[in-house]
Design a binder for this molecule. Sequence first.
Ligand code: WTA
Length: 654
Amino acid sequence: MSKEVEEEITSVLHENRLFKPASDFSKQAHIKSRAAYTRLYKKAEKDPEGFWGDLAKSELHWFKPWKKVLHWKPPFAKWFVGGTTNVAYNCLDRHLEGPRKNKAAIIWEGERGDSRTLTYQDLHREVSKFSNVLKSKGVKKGDRVAIYMPMIPELAIAMLACARIGATHSIIFGGFSAAALRDRINDAEAKLVVTADGGYRKGGVITLKDKVDEALEEAPSVESMIVVKRTENDVVMKVGRDFWWTDLMKGASADCKATALDSEHPLFILYTSGTTGKPKGVVHTTGGYLLSATVTSKWIFDLKEEDTYWCTADIGWVTGHSYIIYGMLSNGVSSLMYEGVPTYPDPGRFWEIIEKYRVNIFYTAPTAIRALSKLGKQWPKKYDLSSLRLLGTVGEPINPEAWMWYHKVIGGGKCPIVDTWWQTETGAIMLSPLPGAIATKPGSATLPFPGISADVVNKAGKSVPANVGGYLVITRPWPSMLRTVWRNPKRYKETYWSDIPGVYFSGDGARKDKDGYFWIMGRVDDVMNVSGHRLGTMEVESALVSHAKVSEAAVVGAPDEIKGTAIFAFVTLESGQTANDALKKTLKTHVTKEIGAIARPDQIRFTDNLPKTRSGKIMRRLLRDIAAGRESIGDTSTLEDYTVLAKLRDDDEA
Ligand code: WTA
């Protein structure tokens, strides 16, 4: 347990406010009481395969039934073995047979206030057409398609079209740089890229196609690129390789049957940061993933036919995959998708959209709540938020103060809040209140979802007592668990199943209180959580060291009121280089170019030496203390201070 985690544990121990579900909410909820939750939980614990098998039957359409619910050869799992299904069929086709045919599937709001609504029938038609477009470009079942797009409906269409024909999509967040995009395309060996000329963000244009052009200079697997026209900025179309979306769609047939795919067919790869410099391609498959996404959506967000649901995440992250698209459309919900940022053209934007579409369920990140709460309640007060009935958070621990603001100012004191803990790797929510059943405590993700076996353990894998910090682990396989790291099963095994014997280790620290509620303390490895986005310290270090003037770099997270974690870089320069502010700026820009703006260091400090142990390991804890201002090191930041501190620590440890 790191020092920060210990401090955090003590700091939240005093939080004992309890919010019970209101009886009128519970009455209409899917899971209506604590007793009902406990019944489900126990049933699943006793017979997990029976529990998930029943749900797979009732919640999903299968072309061919499975022979066996789970094949578990630790740490490799197969769910619904022998069954065939199709994610796009479950998200679209099955809704066309009933009254959902002309119901809004995606309600889209552009940053500039333009909007579009696609009914289930519209979306089905567009997806079918784009499936044929992909086929016409030679994309076959099992091929990878990279998607690098702004938050526009075509992004949803592209991913669902891949799912329809069994192409595995790899969506790369539009904020990543050309270099980061290239590495991800190459690792997945994508055959085709779908992109746009650009997207709108904070009133400006973010160009995308030019970044793909740059990436493709060193990405030999890509044969073609399909480009959506969104921002109308100038782009260069390479003849024979690049095609306009509308040109291809014009001639495409709207008739494309969904392919029956094996339950274990890879649906998508999503790259996420780990503790090395190289992001991991997390692989999710078809049947199990969709089942978890579908059931968690329904019970945690308590979905009802008439709900308008809005998740503010970008589809480039796992939250957008599972809780804007797959989990929601599978349930036949109207899912709102917004292109822009919360503060454009003013800090009332989120609240204006809630009023405009009479949003009922709202799911966002603590970082957004903190930022918006700082701007004052006059912004939400300008809008009618009375349509809201349920609120959610994801991505990082929410501090009780931000939770209370969300509860009172946004939820008007009447909406339950579901604080949902999960990861790219888990595919779906693992810990969360069920809003009609579980009393909430500000700052706690409460209890495991039925069918999920979670625990807090020590390094040896032994459960720790109540209120003692430890490692958050999942002790049994679950349907939406990652199956492997793309083409690297060894890394999969080492990263997730080796540190603690026999269980999946999340990389997070946590404690359970006396009521069994989980309190997440954040990462215990070298992964930072910056504004809810995961970033490896090593990734930022590699980017810094790739600059000619840099000899060595150490990156740590520092507490930040809004972002949760700020990026703090200690940099040693090559001999003969001068440390100055201009170089700091250059290095920040360099990291933006190598990874993307999300990785741009907030602070850079030059030092002639990094504090290291005798074995040469960088003493990160010491650097974290310095970054957080926890150690009084005076107002200087020269070599001597660090070496002195380093030597002291070295002596301590010797
Ligand atoms: C953190 C996002 C506290 C955690 C879905 C995890 C959280 C990482 C919560 C995964 C939460 C996510 N409370 N921390 N409710 N939700 N995290 O892969 O550290 O982008 O390991 O998935 O975010 O981030 P990822």
